[in-house]
Design a protein around this ligand. Structure first.
Ligand SMILES: Nc1ncnc2c1ncn2[C@@H]1O[C@H](COP(=O)(O)OP(=O)(O)OP(=O)(O)O)[C@@H](O)[C@H]1O
Length: 343
């Protein structure tokens, strides 16, 4: 449905060039939700803006539904763009228009008859759960409600593709979850293909089928979400996954932890479990094999599809001479181990 082939975007400034995208290729199958995740400046906005040619790629091709947009004359491109809806972090609503009038706007531009506009807008406001706000102005709405209006407005043109540019970044976690549920619902019910960009792995985890990780304008990793979560190949993907888990050293441990073992102290380890390691009872196996004890201090396990992953903070005790053997055992079984200090 969406295909980028070797897309490069170079911004030319007075004294230098910035390569925002360097040979990006990706394919989003019809009816799927595809997430692109990356840190600030990685090229996410440029990538999503290249899909509807708000930014013209310096080289490479962009296909929507099999049509190469990069070679279309402006008039045809304008027609194709109607099939591509877009929502933004800051909603971009028209403040002088009511909720109803905002959603009606694209239909009015299309010169649809009044009764058709009324019917369609009412239906869309029902879909996003805002029928009662039809006469209100954007200023009186919450962030989540504004984003619902923006979604309804973009759906008014019956797009085949929806591009979401950090659509939940300005929202609190509860509102984010409800907007993500709405996007998932739209994807399922209206069969709209969604490409979203985000810096939060939770967004990807909640609704995406596939994910790509972008760094310095390149896609460094991509695949089905459960494969990437269970077996991340790059350090960057791993760090996004851990950031979606909130495992902190508790304050009373933080105060006691020392960099050097002052004798008889317990190593404090952070264990990152992904893929098969998360399904195996490796902590108790290590305990039996090496006569050590593992005290769990903090932990969070999560799952995507049928794959588990998680982070566990443990303090080792027991047979002191076997600590390193236990750590080697974990590493051998593909657990990522960090020694945080001694307590
Ligand atoms: N119009 C422009 N002119 C020059 N450089 C630009 C322009 N737009 C983006 N860039 C540069 O391209 C790179 C990628 O920017 P982009 O906005 O795509 O990143 P991003 O991942 O969306 O970041 P953020 O999450 O902070 O929005 C950055 O180095 C940025 O400074």
């Amino acid at each position: 449905m969406i295909e980028l082939k070797n897309v490069t975007k170079i911004f030319k400034q007075k004294d230098r060039e910035v390569t925002a995208l360097a040979g990006v290729s990706l394919k989003v199958e019809r009816g799927k939700i595809f997430g692109v995740i990356g840190t600030s400046g990685a090229g996410k906005s440029t990538l999503i803006r290249c899909v509807n040619l708000l930014e013209k790629p310096t080289s490479g091709e962009v296909y929507i539904d099999g049509k190469n947009l990069t070679t279309l004359p402006d008039r045809e491109l304008a027609l194709e763009r109607r099939q591509i809806g877009m929502i933004f972090q800051h909603f971009n609503l028209l403040s002088s228009r009511t909720v109803f009038e905002n959603v009606a706007f694209p239909l009015e531009l299309d010169r649809k008859p009044k009764h058709e506009v009324r019917e369609r807008v009412t239906e869309l406001l029902r879909l996003v759960g805002l029928e009662e706000k039809a006469g209100d102005y954007p200023a009186s709405l919450s962030g989540g409600q504004k984003q619902r209006v923006a979604i309804a407005r973009t759906l008014a043109s019956s797009p085949k593709v929806l591009l979401c540019d950090e659509a939940t970044s300005a929202l609190d976690p509860g509102t984010t979850a409800s907007i993500l549920r709405l996007l998932k619902d739209i994807n399922r019910r209206l069969h709209i293909t969604i490409l979203l960009i985000t810096h939060e792995m939770n967004v990807v985890k909640s609704i995406c089928h596939d994910v790509a990780v972008i760094s310095q304008g390149k896609l460094v990793e991509k695949g089905p979400v459960n494969t990437v979560f269970s077996n991340p190949k790059t350090e960057l993907a791993r760090s996004f996954i851990s950031a979606s888990l909130h495992v902190e050293i508790p304050e009373h441990y933080r105060q006691r932890v020392t960099a050097i073992n002052e004798g008889g102290m317990s190593p404090l380890l952070r264990l990152r479990l992904t893929g098969d390691t998360a399904d195996q009872p490796l902590l108790s196996q290590a305990a039996r094999l090496f006569e050590i004890d593992t005290k769990i201090i903090s932990a969070q396990m999560d799952h995507v599809g049928d794959k588990n992953f998680g982070v566990v903070l443990v303090a080792l005790s027991g047979r002191t001479g076997n600590y390193q053997k236990a750590i080697d055992f974990f590493i051998y079984h593909h657990i990522k181990v960090e020694l945080l200090g001694y307590v």
